[in-house]
Design a protein around this ligand. Sequence first.
Ligand code: FAD
Ligand code: 2HG
Ligand code: ZN
Length: 479
Amino acid sequence: MSQSVHVHAFRELLDGGGIVDDPERIATYTTDQRQLFTGSTLAVLRPTTTKQVVDIVRLAAHRGIEIVPQGGNTSYCGGATPDASGRQIIVSLERMDRIREIDPVSMSISVDAGVILKNAQDAAAAAGLLLPLSLGAESSCRIGGNIGTNAGGLSVVRYGMTRDLLLGIEAVLADGTVVSDMRKLRKNNTGYDVKQCFVGSEGTLGIVTGAVLRLAPLPVRRATAWLKLASGVPLAELLGLVRRESADLLTTFEFMAARSITLATEAMIDPSSLRAGPAGAVLVELASSSRHLDLDELMEAVLAEVIESGWIEDALLAQSGSQRAGMWRLRETIPEGEKRRNGSVKHDISVPLSSIQRFLDLAGAQVRSYDANLELSVYGHVGDGNLHYNVLVPPDVDRLEFTKGIESSLSLQLYDTAAALGGTFSAEHGVGRFKKHLLKRYGDVGRIAAMCRIKTAFDPADIMNAGAVVRPLGEKSAR
Ligand code: FAD
Ligand code: 2HG
Ligand code: ZN
Protein backbone atom coordinates (compact mmCIF):
# COMPACT_ATOMS: atom_id res chain seq x y z
CA MET A 1 0.00 0.00 0.00
CA SER A 2 1.37 3.44 -0.89
CA GLN A 3 2.16 6.12 1.68
CA SER A 4 -0.57 8.41 0.34
CA VAL A 5 -3.15 5.65 0.81
CA HIS A 6 -2.13 5.41 4.48
CA VAL A 7 -2.22 9.18 4.92
CA HIS A 8 -5.66 9.28 3.32
CA ALA A 9 -6.93 6.62 5.73
CA PHE A 10 -5.64 8.52 8.76
CA ARG A 11 -7.10 11.77 7.40
CA GLU A 12 -10.52 10.11 7.37
CA LEU A 13 -10.28 9.62 11.14
CA LEU A 14 -9.51 13.25 11.90
CA ASP A 15 -10.91 16.71 11.23
CA GLY A 16 -9.32 19.34 8.94
CA GLY A 17 -6.59 20.48 11.35
CA GLY A 18 -5.88 16.96 12.51
CA ILE A 19 -3.10 16.12 10.10
CA VAL A 20 0.08 17.89 9.07
CA ASP A 21 1.74 16.60 5.92
CA ASP A 22 3.16 19.81 4.53
CA PRO A 23 6.98 19.25 4.49
CA GLU A 24 7.83 22.69 5.84
CA ARG A 25 5.58 22.36 8.89
CA ILE A 26 6.58 18.75 9.41
CA ALA A 27 10.24 19.71 9.91
CA THR A 28 9.57 21.14 13.39
CA TYR A 29 8.19 17.76 14.47
CA THR A 30 10.87 15.59 12.89
CA THR A 31 13.94 17.38 14.27
CA ASP A 32 14.95 16.75 17.86
CA GLN A 33 15.30 19.57 20.40
CA ARG A 34 19.11 19.61 20.21
CA GLN A 35 19.11 19.48 16.41
CA LEU A 36 21.29 16.40 16.38
CA PHE A 37 19.02 14.35 14.13
CA THR A 38 16.20 14.88 11.65
CA GLY A 39 13.95 11.90 11.01
CA SER A 40 11.19 11.40 8.52
CA THR A 41 7.48 10.73 8.93
CA LEU A 42 4.45 9.70 6.92
CA ALA A 43 2.47 12.48 8.59
CA VAL A 44 1.87 14.20 11.90
CA LEU A 45 -1.51 13.29 13.37
CA ARG A 46 -3.06 15.66 15.88
CA PRO A 47 -6.07 14.04 17.57
CA THR A 48 -8.35 16.00 19.89
CA THR A 49 -9.96 13.13 21.78
CA THR A 50 -9.00 9.80 23.33
CA LYS A 51 -11.42 8.14 20.90
CA GLN A 52 -9.45 9.55 17.96
CA VAL A 53 -6.22 8.24 19.52
CA VAL A 54 -7.82 4.80 19.78
CA ASP A 55 -8.89 4.93 16.13
CA ILE A 56 -5.39 5.98 15.04
CA VAL A 57 -3.71 3.24 17.06
CA ARG A 58 -6.08 0.55 15.80
CA LEU A 59 -5.55 1.55 12.19
CA ALA A 60 -1.77 1.81 12.65
CA ALA A 61 -1.62 -1.60 14.35
CA HIS A 62 -3.74 -3.13 11.61
CA ARG A 63 -1.42 -1.80 8.90
CA GLY A 64 1.82 -2.36 10.84
CA ILE A 65 2.61 1.36 10.96
CA GLU A 66 4.80 2.46 13.87
CA ILE A 67 3.78 5.40 16.07
CA VAL A 68 5.98 8.03 17.70
CA PRO A 69 4.04 9.87 20.44
CA GLN A 70 5.07 13.50 20.81
CA GLY A 71 4.35 16.25 23.33
CA GLY A 72 6.32 19.50 23.24
CA ASN A 73 9.36 17.93 21.52
CA THR A 74 11.68 19.44 24.14
CA SER A 75 13.33 16.20 25.23
CA TYR A 76 17.05 15.70 24.82
CA CYS A 77 17.54 12.07 23.75
CA GLY A 78 15.72 11.87 20.42
CA GLY A 79 12.83 9.87 21.90
CA ALA A 80 10.20 12.08 20.27
CA THR A 81 11.87 11.98 16.86
CA PRO A 82 10.91 9.40 14.22
CA ASP A 83 13.62 7.34 12.55
CA ALA A 84 14.80 7.99 8.99
CA SER A 85 12.62 5.29 7.37
CA GLY A 86 9.70 7.62 6.66
CA ARG A 87 7.35 4.80 7.70
CA GLN A 88 6.57 6.02 11.21
CA ILE A 89 3.76 8.42 12.06
CA ILE A 90 3.98 11.06 14.75
CA VAL A 91 0.99 11.35 17.04
CA SER A 92 1.20 14.81 18.57
CA LEU A 93 -0.93 15.41 21.65
CA GLU A 94 -0.77 19.20 21.19
CA ARG A 95 -4.49 19.61 20.51
CA MET A 96 -5.47 17.54 23.56
CA ASP A 97 -4.91 20.43 25.94
CA ARG A 98 -7.92 20.55 28.23
CA ILE A 99 -7.68 20.92 32.00
CA ARG A 100 -10.34 18.39 32.96
CA GLU A 101 -10.74 19.12 36.67
CA ILE A 102 -9.10 20.68 39.69
CA ASP A 103 -10.18 19.25 43.01
CA PRO A 104 -8.92 21.62 45.72
CA VAL A 105 -9.98 19.32 48.55
CA SER A 106 -8.34 16.19 47.17
CA MET A 107 -5.51 18.46 45.99
CA SER A 108 -5.35 17.05 42.49
CA ILE A 109 -5.48 18.21 38.89
CA SER A 110 -6.80 16.08 36.02
CA VAL A 111 -5.58 17.01 32.56
CA ASP A 112 -5.39 15.92 28.96
CA ALA A 113 -1.88 14.70 28.24
CA GLY A 114 -1.28 17.54 25.78
CA VAL A 115 -1.64 20.31 28.35
CA ILE A 116 1.47 22.50 28.48
CA LEU A 117 3.09 22.19 31.91
CA LYS A 118 2.98 25.95 32.52
CA ASN A 119 -0.76 26.03 31.80
CA ALA A 120 -1.35 23.27 34.33
CA GLN A 121 0.79 25.14 36.90
CA ASP A 122 -1.20 28.35 36.26
CA ALA A 123 -4.53 26.55 36.57
CA ALA A 124 -3.44 25.03 39.88
CA ALA A 125 -2.19 28.41 41.15
CA ALA A 126 -5.53 30.02 40.23
CA ALA A 127 -7.12 27.48 42.58
CA GLY A 128 -4.63 28.37 45.33
CA LEU A 129 -2.50 25.26 44.83
CA LEU A 130 0.92 24.33 43.53
CA LEU A 131 1.70 21.85 40.78
CA PRO A 132 5.22 21.18 42.03
CA LEU A 133 6.86 20.21 38.75
CA SER A 134 9.02 22.96 37.34
CA LEU A 135 11.62 22.92 34.57
CA GLY A 136 13.25 25.28 32.11
CA ALA A 137 11.11 23.94 29.25
CA GLU A 138 7.82 24.35 31.15
CA SER A 139 6.33 26.80 28.64
CA SER A 140 6.59 24.22 25.85
CA CYS A 141 6.76 20.73 27.34
CA ARG A 142 3.51 18.83 27.87
CA ILE A 143 2.28 16.59 30.65
CA GLY A 144 2.38 13.43 28.49
CA GLY A 145 6.02 14.18 27.68
CA ASN A 146 6.77 14.83 31.35
CA ILE A 147 5.33 11.40 32.14
CA GLY A 148 7.16 9.84 29.18
CA THR A 149 10.51 11.09 30.49
CA ASN A 150 9.71 11.11 34.22
CA ALA A 151 10.76 14.75 34.18
CA GLY A 152 12.38 16.27 37.23
CA GLY A 153 13.74 19.75 37.44
CA LEU A 154 14.05 22.57 39.86
CA SER A 155 12.14 21.46 42.96
CA VAL A 156 12.67 17.69 43.04
CA VAL A 157 14.57 17.95 46.32
CA ARG A 158 11.27 18.81 48.02
CA TYR A 159 8.50 17.36 45.85
CA GLY A 160 10.06 14.55 43.81
CA MET A 161 9.96 13.76 40.09
CA THR A 162 6.89 13.32 37.87
CA ARG A 163 6.64 9.73 39.14
CA ASP A 164 6.01 11.02 42.65
CA LEU A 165 3.23 13.32 41.50
CA LEU A 166 1.24 10.89 39.37
CA LEU A 167 -2.05 9.70 40.89
CA GLY A 168 -3.95 8.50 37.85
CA ILE A 169 -3.59 7.85 34.15
CA GLU A 170 -5.48 7.31 30.93
CA ALA A 171 -3.52 5.64 28.17
CA VAL A 172 -4.11 3.89 24.87
CA LEU A 173 -2.25 0.61 24.47
CA ALA A 174 -0.78 -0.70 21.22
CA ASP A 175 -3.95 -2.64 20.33
CA GLY A 176 -6.29 0.25 21.10
CA THR A 177 -7.24 -0.89 24.62
CA VAL A 178 -7.80 2.12 26.90
CA VAL A 179 -6.35 2.02 30.41
CA SER A 180 -8.77 4.32 32.18
CA ASP A 181 -7.56 4.92 35.69
CA MET A 182 -8.07 8.63 36.27
CA ARG A 183 -8.60 8.22 39.99
CA LYS A 184 -7.18 10.72 42.45
CA LEU A 185 -6.33 8.18 45.10
CA ARG A 186 -3.19 8.38 47.23
CA LYS A 187 -3.76 4.81 48.34
CA ASN A 188 -4.82 2.02 46.01
CA ASN A 189 -3.11 -1.30 46.63
CA THR A 190 -5.00 -3.40 44.14
CA GLY A 191 -2.24 -5.17 42.30
CA TYR A 192 0.37 -3.87 39.86
CA ASP A 193 0.74 -0.10 39.67
CA VAL A 194 0.12 0.02 35.93
CA LYS A 195 0.29 3.82 35.67
CA GLN A 196 3.90 3.78 36.82
CA CYS A 197 4.82 1.59 33.83
CA PHE A 198 4.23 4.61 31.60
CA VAL A 199 6.50 6.86 33.65
CA GLY A 200 9.85 7.03 31.89
CA SER A 201 8.59 4.69 29.15
CA GLU A 202 9.27 7.35 26.48
CA GLY A 203 6.29 6.42 24.36
CA THR A 204 7.28 2.76 24.02
CA LEU A 205 4.34 1.22 25.89
CA GLY A 206 1.35 3.28 24.79
CA ILE A 207 0.05 6.80 24.32
CA VAL A 208 -0.82 8.65 27.50
CA THR A 209 -3.96 10.69 26.89
CA GLY A 210 -4.78 11.92 30.40
CA ALA A 211 -3.26 12.20 33.86
CA VAL A 212 -4.14 13.08 37.42
CA LEU A 213 -1.37 14.85 39.30
CA ARG A 214 -0.89 15.55 42.97
CA LEU A 215 -0.95 19.19 44.06
CA ALA A 216 0.58 20.83 47.13
CA PRO A 217 -0.32 23.89 49.17
CA LEU A 218 0.73 27.03 47.28
CA PRO A 219 3.74 28.69 48.89
CA VAL A 220 2.98 32.25 49.98
CA ARG A 221 6.42 32.89 51.43
CA ARG A 222 9.69 32.30 49.63
CA ALA A 223 13.25 33.15 50.59
CA THR A 224 15.78 32.95 47.77
CA ALA A 225 19.52 33.36 48.14
CA TRP A 226 22.58 33.38 45.91
CA LEU A 227 25.61 31.80 47.57
CA LYS A 228 29.10 32.51 46.26
CA LEU A 229 31.03 29.34 46.96
CA ALA A 230 34.50 29.38 48.51
CA SER A 231 37.09 27.00 47.10
CA GLY A 232 37.05 23.54 48.62
CA VAL A 233 33.38 23.78 49.62
CA PRO A 234 31.92 20.34 50.35
CA LEU A 235 28.67 20.66 48.38
CA ALA A 236 26.88 17.71 49.98
CA GLU A 237 27.67 18.95 53.49
CA LEU A 238 26.50 22.44 52.56
CA LEU A 239 23.24 20.98 51.28
CA GLY A 240 22.88 18.90 54.46
CA LEU A 241 23.33 21.95 56.65
CA VAL A 242 20.80 24.03 54.70
CA ARG A 243 18.23 21.21 54.74
CA ARG A 244 18.62 20.57 58.43
CA GLU A 245 18.63 24.16 59.61
CA SER A 246 15.74 25.19 57.36
CA ALA A 247 13.56 22.41 58.79
CA ASP A 248 13.53 20.86 55.31
CA LEU A 249 11.67 23.81 53.80
CA LEU A 250 14.24 23.70 51.01
CA THR A 251 12.72 23.54 47.52
CA THR A 252 15.79 24.26 45.43
CA PHE A 253 19.53 23.77 45.65
CA GLU A 254 20.97 24.52 42.22
CA PHE A 255 24.72 24.49 41.70
CA MET A 256 26.37 26.49 38.89
CA ALA A 257 30.07 26.60 38.02
CA ALA A 258 31.51 30.01 37.19
CA ARG A 259 31.73 29.25 33.45
CA SER A 260 28.04 28.36 33.27
CA ILE A 261 27.19 31.66 34.94
CA THR A 262 29.23 33.71 32.47
CA LEU A 263 27.65 31.82 29.56
CA ALA A 264 24.18 32.68 30.84
CA THR A 265 25.17 36.29 31.54
CA GLU A 266 26.50 36.69 28.00
CA ALA A 267 23.21 35.40 26.58
CA MET A 268 21.00 37.78 28.57
CA ILE A 269 19.54 40.96 27.06
CA ASP A 270 19.60 42.53 30.49
CA PRO A 271 22.73 40.91 31.96
CA SER A 272 22.74 39.97 35.60
CA SER A 273 25.25 41.43 38.04
CA LEU A 274 25.34 38.16 40.00
CA ARG A 275 28.76 36.56 40.12
CA ALA A 276 30.28 33.26 41.15
CA GLY A 277 32.75 32.59 43.94
CA PRO A 278 35.92 30.56 43.20
CA ALA A 279 33.93 27.28 43.34
CA GLY A 280 30.84 28.65 41.59
CA ALA A 281 27.49 29.54 43.10
CA VAL A 282 24.38 27.92 44.51
CA LEU A 283 20.81 29.15 44.19
CA VAL A 284 18.93 28.20 47.34
CA GLU A 285 15.21 28.64 47.85
CA LEU A 286 13.00 27.95 50.85
CA ALA A 287 9.22 28.00 50.50
CA SER A 288 6.30 27.79 52.86
CA SER A 289 2.55 27.86 52.51
CA SER A 290 2.21 29.39 55.97
CA ARG A 291 2.06 33.15 56.43
CA HIS A 292 3.18 32.62 60.01
CA LEU A 293 6.72 31.61 59.19
CA ASP A 294 9.27 34.35 58.62
CA LEU A 295 11.34 32.66 55.94
CA ASP A 296 13.71 35.61 55.44
CA GLU A 297 14.62 35.46 59.11
CA LEU A 298 15.12 31.70 58.88
CA MET A 299 17.23 32.03 55.74
CA GLU A 300 19.37 34.75 57.37
CA ALA A 301 20.04 32.47 60.34
CA VAL A 302 20.93 29.58 58.03
CA LEU A 303 23.22 31.79 55.94
CA ALA A 304 24.98 33.12 59.04
CA GLU A 305 25.78 29.55 59.99
CA VAL A 306 26.97 28.73 56.47
CA ILE A 307 29.23 31.80 56.39
CA GLU A 308 30.69 30.76 59.72
CA SER A 309 31.58 27.38 58.24
CA GLY A 310 33.83 29.15 55.72
CA TRP A 311 32.14 27.29 52.83
CA ILE A 312 30.85 30.42 51.14
CA GLU A 313 32.44 33.79 50.52
CA ASP A 314 29.27 35.77 50.45
CA ALA A 315 25.50 35.41 50.20
CA LEU A 316 22.84 37.62 48.71
CA LEU A 317 19.29 37.24 49.98
CA ALA A 318 16.75 38.40 47.37
CA GLN A 319 15.02 41.50 48.70
CA SER A 320 12.26 41.67 46.11
CA GLY A 321 10.35 39.59 43.61
CA SER A 322 12.43 41.05 40.81
CA GLN A 323 15.73 40.16 42.52
CA ARG A 324 14.44 36.65 43.02
CA ALA A 325 13.34 36.45 39.38
CA GLY A 326 16.79 37.69 38.33
CA MET A 327 18.48 34.83 40.17
CA TRP A 328 16.16 32.33 38.55
CA ARG A 329 16.57 33.88 35.10
CA LEU A 330 20.32 33.49 35.34
CA ARG A 331 20.02 29.80 36.28
CA GLU A 332 17.47 29.08 33.58
CA THR A 333 19.44 30.84 30.83
CA ILE A 334 22.41 28.48 31.12
CA PRO A 335 21.18 25.98 28.46
CA GLU A 336 20.52 28.91 26.10
CA GLY A 337 23.98 30.33 26.89
CA GLU A 338 25.53 27.02 25.86
CA LYS A 339 23.46 26.92 22.70
CA ARG A 340 24.46 30.45 21.66
CA ARG A 341 28.13 29.63 22.00
CA ASN A 342 28.01 26.55 19.77
CA GLY A 343 26.24 24.05 22.01
CA SER A 344 27.56 21.46 24.40
CA VAL A 345 28.06 17.73 24.65
CA LYS A 346 25.68 16.92 27.47
CA HIS A 347 26.25 14.49 30.31
CA ASP A 348 23.16 14.33 32.50
CA ILE A 349 24.72 12.25 35.25
CA SER A 350 23.72 11.56 38.81
CA VAL A 351 25.64 9.93 41.63
CA PRO A 352 24.78 9.40 45.27
CA LEU A 353 25.20 12.72 47.07
CA SER A 354 28.00 11.26 49.13
CA SER A 355 30.03 10.85 45.90
CA ILE A 356 29.33 14.14 44.20
CA GLN A 357 32.64 15.75 45.14
CA ARG A 358 34.53 12.61 44.15
CA PHE A 359 32.81 12.68 40.76
CA LEU A 360 33.74 16.33 40.23
CA ASP A 361 37.38 15.63 41.11
CA LEU A 362 37.72 12.47 38.98
CA ALA A 363 35.79 13.82 36.01
CA GLY A 364 37.76 17.10 36.10
CA ALA A 365 41.01 15.13 35.90
CA GLN A 366 39.66 13.00 33.03
CA VAL A 367 38.70 16.07 31.01
CA ARG A 368 42.07 17.75 31.61
CA SER A 369 44.03 14.70 30.55
CA TYR A 370 41.80 14.19 27.47
CA ASP A 371 42.35 17.76 26.29
CA ALA A 372 43.46 20.55 28.60
CA ASN A 373 41.86 23.13 26.28
CA LEU A 374 38.34 21.80 26.67
CA GLU A 375 35.90 24.05 28.52
CA LEU A 376 33.17 22.76 30.79
CA SER A 377 29.76 24.05 31.80
CA VAL A 378 28.82 22.24 34.99
CA TYR A 379 25.58 22.92 36.81
CA GLY A 380 22.49 21.19 38.00
CA HIS A 381 20.21 19.91 40.65
CA VAL A 382 22.78 19.01 43.27
CA GLY A 383 19.97 18.61 45.77
CA ASP A 384 19.13 15.45 43.81
CA GLY A 385 22.71 14.35 43.10
CA ASN A 386 22.20 15.40 39.47
CA LEU A 387 24.82 17.32 37.50
CA HIS A 388 24.77 18.55 33.93
CA TYR A 389 28.43 17.94 33.22
CA ASN A 390 28.58 19.53 29.80
CA VAL A 391 31.61 19.84 27.55
CA LEU A 392 31.38 23.07 25.54
CA VAL A 393 31.73 22.80 21.79
CA PRO A 394 34.47 25.23 20.75
CA PRO A 395 33.01 28.10 18.71
CA ASP A 396 35.00 27.39 15.57
CA VAL A 397 34.37 23.65 15.05
CA ASP A 398 31.63 21.59 13.46
CA ARG A 399 29.18 20.94 16.30
CA LEU A 400 27.99 17.52 15.15
CA GLU A 401 31.49 16.21 14.35
CA PHE A 402 32.84 17.43 17.69
CA THR A 403 29.89 15.91 19.56
CA LYS A 404 30.40 12.56 17.84
CA GLY A 405 34.10 12.57 18.73
CA ILE A 406 33.53 13.36 22.41
CA GLU A 407 30.63 10.95 22.76
CA SER A 408 32.68 8.04 21.47
CA SER A 409 35.61 8.70 23.81
CA LEU A 410 35.58 11.15 26.73
CA SER A 411 31.84 10.74 27.41
CA LEU A 412 32.35 7.03 28.06
CA GLN A 413 35.13 7.77 30.53
CA LEU A 414 32.85 10.20 32.37
CA TYR A 415 29.96 7.73 32.41
CA ASP A 416 32.33 4.99 33.59
CA THR A 417 33.25 7.24 36.50
CA ALA A 418 29.61 7.95 37.33
CA ALA A 419 28.83 4.22 37.10
CA ALA A 420 31.79 3.27 39.31
CA LEU A 421 30.44 5.65 41.95
CA GLY A 422 27.02 4.00 41.81
CA GLY A 423 25.56 6.63 39.48
CA THR A 424 23.81 6.78 36.11
CA PHE A 425 24.37 8.20 32.61
CA SER A 426 20.88 9.70 32.50
CA ALA A 427 19.40 11.28 35.59
CA GLU A 428 16.47 13.12 34.06
CA HIS A 429 16.64 13.27 30.26
CA GLY A 430 15.93 9.62 29.46
CA VAL A 431 17.30 7.12 26.94
CA GLY A 432 15.35 7.82 23.75
CA ARG A 433 17.19 6.92 20.54
CA PHE A 434 20.50 8.55 21.39
CA LYS A 435 21.42 6.73 24.61
CA LYS A 436 20.40 3.15 23.85
CA HIS A 437 24.02 2.03 23.57
CA LEU A 438 24.61 3.45 27.06
CA LEU A 439 21.67 1.50 28.47
CA LYS A 440 23.26 -1.63 27.01
CA ARG A 441 26.69 -0.74 28.41
CA TYR A 442 25.64 0.31 31.90
CA GLY A 443 22.23 -1.29 32.47
CA ASP A 444 21.91 -4.28 34.74
CA VAL A 445 21.34 -7.35 32.54
CA GLY A 446 18.39 -8.54 34.60
CA ARG A 447 16.79 -5.11 34.62
CA ILE A 448 17.09 -4.80 30.83
CA ALA A 449 15.58 -8.29 30.46
CA ALA A 450 12.67 -7.21 32.66
CA MET A 451 12.24 -4.05 30.56
CA CYS A 452 12.15 -6.13 27.35
CA ARG A 453 9.53 -8.41 28.89
CA ILE A 454 7.39 -5.43 29.89
CA LYS A 455 7.74 -4.03 26.37
CA THR A 456 6.78 -7.43 24.93
CA ALA A 457 3.72 -7.68 27.16
CA PHE A 458 2.48 -4.19 26.24
CA ASP A 459 3.55 -4.02 22.62
CA PRO A 460 4.65 -7.36 21.09
CA ALA A 461 4.51 -6.03 17.51
CA ASP A 462 6.71 -3.03 18.36
CA ILE A 463 4.24 -0.40 17.16
CA MET A 464 4.94 2.11 19.94
CA ASN A 465 8.04 4.25 19.40
CA ALA A 466 9.94 1.41 17.77
CA GLY A 467 13.66 2.03 17.99
CA ALA A 468 13.58 3.95 21.27
CA VAL A 469 14.75 2.56 24.63
CA VAL A 470 14.25 -1.23 24.16
CA ARG A 471 12.78 -3.67 21.65
CA PRO A 472 10.31 -6.43 22.52
CA LEU A 473 11.58 -10.00 22.60
CA GLY A 474 11.25 -11.82 19.29
CA GLU A 475 11.96 -11.26 15.64
CA LYS A 476 12.04 -7.49 15.47
CA SER A 477 14.41 -7.20 18.43
CA ALA A 478 17.35 -7.82 16.12
CA ARG A 479 16.49 -4.82 13.94
P1 FAD B 1 8.61 15.16 24.10
O1 FAD B 1 9.98 15.65 23.85
O2 FAD B 1 7.61 15.49 23.06
O3 FAD B 1 8.63 13.58 24.31
C1 FAD B 1 9.47 12.99 25.26
C2 FAD B 1 9.27 11.46 25.25
O4 FAD B 1 7.99 11.14 25.77
C3 FAD B 1 9.33 10.85 23.86
O5 FAD B 1 9.91 9.59 23.94
C4 FAD B 1 7.88 10.75 23.45
O6 FAD B 1 7.65 9.69 22.54
C5 FAD B 1 7.20 10.49 24.78
N1 FAD B 1 5.86 11.06 24.86
C6 FAD B 1 5.50 12.36 24.68
N2 FAD B 1 4.18 12.49 24.87
C7 FAD B 1 3.70 11.28 25.18
C8 FAD B 1 2.40 10.76 25.47
N3 FAD B 1 1.33 11.54 25.48
N4 FAD B 1 2.28 9.44 25.72
C9 FAD B 1 3.36 8.62 25.72
N5 FAD B 1 4.60 9.05 25.44
C10 FAD B 1 4.77 10.36 25.19
N6 FAD B 1 14.01 17.68 31.80
C11 FAD B 1 14.02 17.43 33.13
O7 FAD B 1 13.67 16.33 33.55
N7 FAD B 1 14.40 18.40 34.02
C12 FAD B 1 14.78 19.63 33.63
O8 FAD B 1 15.14 20.48 34.45
C13 FAD B 1 14.74 19.93 32.24
N8 FAD B 1 15.06 21.17 31.80
C14 FAD B 1 15.01 21.43 30.46
C15 FAD B 1 15.32 22.72 30.03
C16 FAD B 1 15.29 23.03 28.68
C17 FAD B 1 15.61 24.42 28.24
C18 FAD B 1 14.94 22.01 27.73
C19 FAD B 1 14.88 22.32 26.27
C20 FAD B 1 14.62 20.74 28.16
C21 FAD B 1 14.67 20.43 29.53
N9 FAD B 1 14.35 19.15 30.00
C22 FAD B 1 14.35 18.90 31.34
C23 FAD B 1 14.00 18.08 29.05
C24 FAD B 1 12.50 18.06 28.62
O9 FAD B 1 11.92 19.32 28.76
C25 FAD B 1 11.71 17.05 29.43
O10 FAD B 1 12.20 15.77 29.15
C26 FAD B 1 10.20 17.07 29.18
O11 FAD B 1 9.58 16.26 30.14
C27 FAD B 1 9.79 16.60 27.80
O12 FAD B 1 8.42 16.90 27.59
P2 FAD B 1 7.85 17.08 26.11
O13 FAD B 1 6.39 17.33 26.18
O14 FAD B 1 8.64 18.08 25.36
O15 FAD B 1 8.11 15.62 25.53
C1 2HG C 1 18.43 22.07 33.12
O1 2HG C 1 18.60 21.62 34.24
C2 2HG C 1 18.04 21.13 32.01
O2 2HG C 1 18.49 23.28 32.86
C3 2HG C 1 18.91 21.26 30.78
O3 2HG C 1 17.93 19.83 32.44
C4 2HG C 1 20.27 20.68 30.96
O4 2HG C 1 20.86 21.58 28.82
C5 2HG C 1 21.19 20.86 29.76
O5 2HG C 1 22.27 20.25 29.78
ZN1 ZN D 1 18.25 19.57 34.55
